[in-house]
Design a protein around this ligand. Structure first.
Ligand code: A2P
Length: 320
């Protein structure tokens, strides 16, 4: 796999192990920790859940950026077992324990009101998982995914991670891998949440930023003012407000961009990249048709992969 520039390091991803256990034949693992990862006052419920997969085929093979499948107990309204649901791994390589036994994921309880019937809708799998207590068994499949990973020579690159909500999960694991592994190149984590109380792993990220000069943790709060005085922001707006720091990193030919979270977030990021970078700096991340380049503010999502094509230096994992 090569990048667009001749001098840029070649991007080689690790050979990720996949499907050690399938949804039809899942491993039985044990929840060992289940704690809130927002502030206590947050309106939603997001939990950091650690699972002991020791002694199963999932031991010592899960990488941050991959996912595990969870099979909730019980049956659906047709009497069939619940379908598998995928959750991003948020632990670093080697898991929470460094021995590959304890893997972790970040789960938001799915609770909604049906728009027409106004009935309460409670997501089966996320609530099943969030209800598990230490000692409870869960059925786990996976790992899944081989594209959304840090490269083999991960310390050769600089990184800009863009996350919204639980999209931070893979970046927690990746940042821990990079920082513990001695990466000295710049690593930016831009994290978006509705309110400051919704920021996930906030204390842990602040502490990483304090310990590691090359790790910058930037938040974008969409429904209230920022602590730095800026009005409500989306993550992509940070490319503008943090221009002085981010543009030199974006201009570097060893920088990789990772995007994870709510579907649609990639559009705003691509627009801000196109508005703030030009020529070869932009081409490192996006190949844009000339007509599209003339009217960046009118881009829409359908143009992505057509008139606006991310390069191999952009990694995306977005979900509805
Ligand atoms: P908002 O909902 O205020 O419009 P969560 O998963 O906890 O709901 O957080 C998702 C965050 O991503 C929220 O701050 C949300 O803002 C924001 N968001 C929603 N749509 C986009 C988008 N298209 N681009 C960037 N951020 C977005």
């Amino acid at each position: 796999m090569t990048s667009t520039s001749e001098n840029a390091p070649e991007i080689v991803l690790p050979e990720a192990v996949m499907h050690r256990r399938t949804p039809k034949d899942p491993a039985t693992a044990t929840v060992v920790k289940n704690e809130l990862c927002t502030a206590k006052k947050a309106a939603g419920y997001v939990r950091h859940i650690e699972i002991d997969v020791g002694g199963t085929e999932l031991e010592n093979c899960c990488l941050p950026g991959q996912a595990i499948g969870i099979l909730a107990d019980g049956v659906d309204e047709n009497g069939k077992p619940h379908k598998v649901r995928l959750y991003s791994i948020c632990s670093p390589t080697g898991g929470e324990d460094g021995k590959g036994r304890i893997i972790a994921t970040t789960v938001k309880r799915m609770i909604d009101e049906h728009w027409e019937s106004r009935k309460l809708f409670v997501g089966v799998s996320s609530n099943f998982l969030c209800d598990r207590k230490p000692g409870d068994e869960v059925k786990v499949s996976g790992p899944n995914g081989k594209r959304f990973l840090c490269p083999v020579n991960r310390n050769d690159y600089s990184y800009i991670f863009f996350a919204t909500g639980t999209g931070i999960a893979p970046f927690r694991g990746m940042a821990l891998d990079l920082l513990r592994g001695g990466c000295t190149k710049p690593i930016y984590l831009v994290m978006g949440a509705p309110y400051a109380t919704d920021l996930l792993y906030h204390a842990e990220m602040l502490s990483l930023a304090e310990k590691h000069e090359n790790f910058q943790y930037v938040t974008a709060i969409s429904r209230e003012k920022q602590r730095d005085g800026h009005d409500p922001l989306y993550i992509q707006d940070r490319i503008r407000t943090e221009r002085d720091q981010l543009l030199p990193v974006l201009g570097d030919e060893s920088t990789l961009i990772y995007i994870c979270g709510i579907a649609g977030m990639e559009l705003g990021i691509f627009q801000q990249l196109a508005l703030n970078l030009n020529g070869s700096a932009l081409e490192q991340y996006l190949q844009v048709d000339p007509e599209a380049l003339a009217d960046i503010r009118r881009w829409d999502r359908r143009m992505i992969h057509k008139q606006v094509r991310p390069t191999r230096r952009v990694f995306m994992e977005v979900y509805a």
